[in-house]
Design a protein around this ligand. Sequence first.
Ligand code: NAP
Ligand code: HSE
Length: 324
Amino acid sequence: MSPQPVRVALLGAGTVGAAVARRLDDRAQRYAAQLGRPLELVGVAVRDASRDRPGVDPSLLTTDAEALVDRADVVVEVMGGLEPARALIERAMRRGAHVVTANKQLIAQQGDELHALADECGVGLDYEAAVMAAVPVLAVVRESLAGDRITAISGIVNGSTNFVLDMVARRGVPFQDAVRQAGELGYLEADPTEDLEGLDAAAKIVILARTAWGRPVTLADVQRTGINGLTDEDFAHAAAAGQVIKLVASAWCSGSGEDCRVELAVRPVGLPQDDPLAQAREGANVLIIEAESAGRLRLHGAGAGGEETASAVLGDVLRAARRR
Ligand code: NAP
Ligand code: HSE
């Protein structure tokens, strides 16, 4: 008898979802060998099922996301937004499906409730792709450094604004043209103000801080300034001072011992050219983690893009499939 497939439902076939669907198809044999049974993509929920999506089997497209969730073992939410994403995730959990999501706003704002429901239902909730896309930072903070004590985390955690700042500074591209290019590359959120006003970076630093210190910090705790207010003069002054402007997200523990207070900030900072964060080009992200025993660790890689984000989503899908 051939083993039962693990049924995967995909909610969304945009920049990230379409890349996940293509990889589930072209790596099917390898994944089946890794798991000992196949991963079967049973459907892809979208708003417009009549639109052609290169590499995605049109017969899998549906606008009935609830019915799709009801016939899956693993539900992958890559539609974005708070609703109906949250309701569909809750439905999936209550029906015993493991959940994988790339939705940083949902996890930053409602992650505690969703974790509680996942525990109650005995299912997994994984979201490595929600923070720094291809760069595996949550696994490092949650697992690899579990026996250490993290004291500070800082870095560039938003790919689109890094792309914009880099294009303006190194290539002299006008700000709005660079924003348009970031959209064409699939780096921007459905609402680009989330990137430009630092909300996307704020959600990521909240998730990192909660993972590192287990404290109930929220978006309201982040001192936040985006890059929308930067002027040509700001870029000229930075260049004249030998600096580059980067949108830096930081989290640190002030005070000592286990009672430390977690502080969070997202803001544009002028950095010297040889600073490790200044080296991040185009859509790259960099994170520096400082820990008592490990010292200073630096993680660097693609922070946005469909194919790159799919890497992290697929890692979580395999992890969820192994749980069954
Ligand atoms: P996107 O290109 O806008 O795609 C969203 C997809 O979800 C589309 O296929 C859309 O359907 C579908 N969708 C949206 N609302 C829906 C609804 N109510 N019912 C059914 N389908 C719905 O977004 P994306 O860039 O792939 O991002 C998806 C998620 O991944 C977001 O949470 C984002 O923050 C996160 N993420 C993105 C990146 C990146 O680089 N893009 C990286 C890391 C994490 P239609 O196609 O029919 O409109
Ligand atoms: N809009 C996000 C960014 C996508 O620019 O980093 C990756 O999370």
